[in-house]
Design a protein around this ligand. Sequence first.
Ligand code: SF4
Length: 471
Amino acid sequence: MKETSPLNLYKQLPQTNCGKCGEQTCMAFASGLIARAKKVDDCPPLLEEKKYAKKLAALRVIVAPEVKMVDVGVGDMMKKVGGEDVMYRHQMTFFNKPPFAYDVTDTMEEAKLVERVKTISSWRKFYIGKWETVEMIAVRAVSGDPSKFAACVKKVKENSNFPLILCSFDPAVLKAGLDIVGKDRPLIYAATKDNWQEVAKLAHEYKVPVVLSSPFDLDGLKTLAVTFEQMGITDLVLDPGTAPNGKKLQESLQNFIKLRRATIEEGQKDIAYPTIALPINAWATTDDPVRAAYWESVLTATFVIRGADIMVKHSIDPHSVMPDMHLRFNIYTDPRTPVQVKPGIFTVGKPTKESPVFVTTNFALTYYTVESDVASNEIDCHILAVNTDGIGVQASVAGGQITPAKIKDSFKEAGFDLEAEMAYPSMILPGMAAKFSGELEDLFGGKVKILVGPEDSGRIIGWMKDRWPPK
Ligand code: SF4
């Protein structure tokens, strides 16, 4: 959706303020559409009453993302790819982080295949309050044998509910895979200038999304996209080619940027589809697995930054996955809203009446840093996360989002009575909020001891040695 105002969307709504969408007014619903917190289909009158048919059609056109959004997989595991509206994150936000798809091949020995599928499917890392995972499995046909590919796809399906990418340029091989998982809406890779007719038939017959591949030839890619669109196949993903190094890598990056720019800035609808990058190609450049994993990670980071919408990768080792996962996490958070935790009292370990109570803010990065520092040192405790609208300690002390009165109110709102519940009625302030200590003592009538902790929560364990329990 191009930048627009709620008023513009409001004009296409029934304007009855009936509340059936869960919002009190149509204007609030229009704002929800812009933030993508609401979908057009959430307005029942618009869908059900014939008199709104024209408005419905107009609204769908206005809210459609600039880059088409394509669903891969089904049910809870389904991943949306593409659907972006801006070139750069700071212009609004990015919506759908690019899934990481890890490869398996149909020449793998069965036990190793199953082990790898389970490793991929269970990979996760807790980062700033969320479990980050990888999202897809790319099944590559190396044997060229349809029956071997089918057996591999079947084994993958038995051991994972991840969305799949079926990879072969041979339509007979793709068909064998689709006969096993066609109903699960896999992405098929790929249609080329040589096989497009047969692959288009498969995409049509099985109603699955399809990758169009035309490496280093954007005109050829566009021709394929227009041809498929004319055949009524619009769940498309574009592969403009991923060179792992050298001048061709530069060309790859430029092509990804050109596609995104043509879509978003120039409004070229015939190539307005998500893209797929293949950092896995790094493995073709060296026999050294450490070097390959390193370079694959570098390529992934580069293409994440350049807006590729799916990544096909090989190394599932933490040292290769984690840097890219953290980068992706940060680029795909909404810059309009600080990452925050719900304000309130949290427990770490099994706190008792003798345990300390730490105060911090609800900025997720701050909260989880404190939590991780106390948990890793096995300090059973309570943590009060004060609602600062997701602003960190130093900035919120300066900006007034955290104050002594707010800290007191936060304990009250959490129903946590320091005097009644704790053997040592006290709280430990972050070092950067030291100036609140006198006023807080007064607010609690001198009955709660105010301790000033370190500025860096990594030093809490050392700080506690001399100061806890309080004297
Ligand atoms: S359901 Fe539709 S008509 Fe009713 S308030 Fe929401 S947007 Fe307006």
